[in-house]
Ligand binder design. Structure first.
Ligand SMILES: *Cc1c(COP(=O)(O)O)cnc(C)c1O
Length: 395
């Protein structure tokens, strides 16, 4: 029996939800893959696909042409494997040697920058009669993890000599690729190229994340790791202005209650907002525990009936309040857009990031597990994942 489709407006679950437009995601995947071609695209789905839902987005990205997926830790990879994802999975975080058995059992491709992990992986692979593809991480200026060139070449030769390992990749990560001045990025790229000349037997080199995929095709090499732009955002306003990226997530809620407050009344904790006229206030059950940050209070707007309406008072853990006096006819059950488009108006994660003095990555990844995700295809919700049932199930 085909899965029954619902439109978001008939969603009967929690009255706040994130709509994840899988068609927009597929569009962005194709766009980034074309930019990087002939290099392979690893779709970065760490942090629950930047808040968008790792399993649904991982599947959609692979369907749209991604070669594999990248996550930061073994738990994230296991979530994907359990959901039946068979594609190559890079683990780009600092994997502890104690995770070696899971890495082998789950057929993962870990980033490697330490001898204890190399030895543990080799031992575990031998025990299971398996072969683990590893990606050596070169430290070239970010100074988080990985090894500088000489140490990395030594580690590569050791790993090559050990049974059960196959050195598949050599990679580095840029420190300032989304800054206007590309000189440091260029220098890191040259360190990678020089090191790779010493390891000509390693087949796959990668260094580009979203910014460099959009800015410099030469840096695509054999593979790229695209994250943010898959979800429709630019790493910086000037970055990839010629790319038609489509935002994937909309955050919406229903008006829970409408009340009228008198002139002089205050709304919310700390009494930070007072009505200077009789005011109609809408209650929206989305707060900072959902990822709608406390600092948005009195500083941002939501969309109701295609019009902007200000968030008044402090955002609480579980709810916020909106002044809808200027929007006629607002009633309980009406849809409020906190991120996304309604009619001609839109609020995007970049606007909210500016208000919260952060970056769009943090706004998107911060949308918490309590918010149900509705996955849209052809404008219709076809799957949902919720707190009670985290894996997407057909609905
Ligand atoms: C998160 C991450 C990426 C993706 O970065 P975006 O800027 O979001 O595209 C790529 N590589 C590594 C190592 C990362 O940690």
């Amino acid at each position: 029996m085909p899965a029954m489709s619902i439109v978001p407006s008939t969603w009967g679950g929690r009255p706040v939800w994130a709509e994840i437009d899988l068609d927009a995601l597929a569009h962005n995947v194709r766009l980034l893959a074309a930019r990087a071609s002939p290099a392979r695209l690893y779709a970065v789905v760490k942090a629950n696909a930047y808040g968008h839902g790792a399993v649904a987005c991982g599947r959609a990205a692979l369907e749209a042409g991604a070669h594999g997926l990248a996550v930061v830790c073994v738990d994230e990879a296991e979530e994907l494997r359990r959901a039946g994802v068979e594609a190559p999975l890079l683990v780009i975080g600092n994997t502890p040697a104690s995770d070696a058995a899971r890495v082998v059992a789950l057929r993962l491709r870990p980033a490697v920058g330490a001898m204890d992990l190399v030895e543990a992986l080799s031992a575990e692979a031998r025990r299971r009669g398996a072969e683990v593809p590893i990606h050596l991480e070169l430290e070239s200026g970010l100074n988080r993890h990985g090894l500088p060139p000489d140490a990395l070449v030594a580690l590569a030769e050791r790993a090559r000599a050990l049974p059960g390992l196959r050195v598949e990749g050599l990679f580095t990560h840029f420190a300032a690729a989304e800054e206007g001045d590309q000189r440091f990025t260029r220098a890191q790229f040259e360190v990678l190229r020089e090191t790779s000349r010493r390891l000509p037997w390693v087949p796959e080199r990668h260094c580009s994340a979203s910014a460099s995929i959009l800015l410099d095709h030469e840096m695509a090499l054999e593979a790229v790791r695209g994250g943010l732009s898959l979800y429709g955002y630019r790493p910086a306003p000037w970055c990839g202005t010629d790319a038609d990226l489509r935002p994937v997530m909309s955050l919406r809620a229903r008006v829970a209650r409408v009340s009228d407050v008198d002139r002089g009344a205050t709304v919310g904790y700390g009494r930070t907002w007072a009505a200077n006229r009789p005011t109609r206030v809408a209650l929206v059950m989305c707060g900072y525990a959902d990822g709608y940050r406390r600092s948005f209070g009195n500083r941002t707007q939501v969309l109701v009936h295609g019009r902007r309406a200000p968030v008044v008072g402090r955002v609480a853990m579980d709810m916020c309040m909106v002044d809808v006096t200027a929007v006629p006819g607002v009633a309980p059950g009406d849809v409020v857009t906190l991120i996304g488009r309604d009619g001609d108006e839109r609020v995007d994660a970049d606007d909210l990031a500016t208000i919260a003095d952060t970056i769009s990555w943090e706004i998107l990844a911060g949308i918490s597990a309590r918010v149900p995700r509705l996955y849209l295809r052809g404008g219709r919700a076809v799957e949902a994942s919720t707190l009670v049932d985290r894996a997407p199930v057909a609905i």
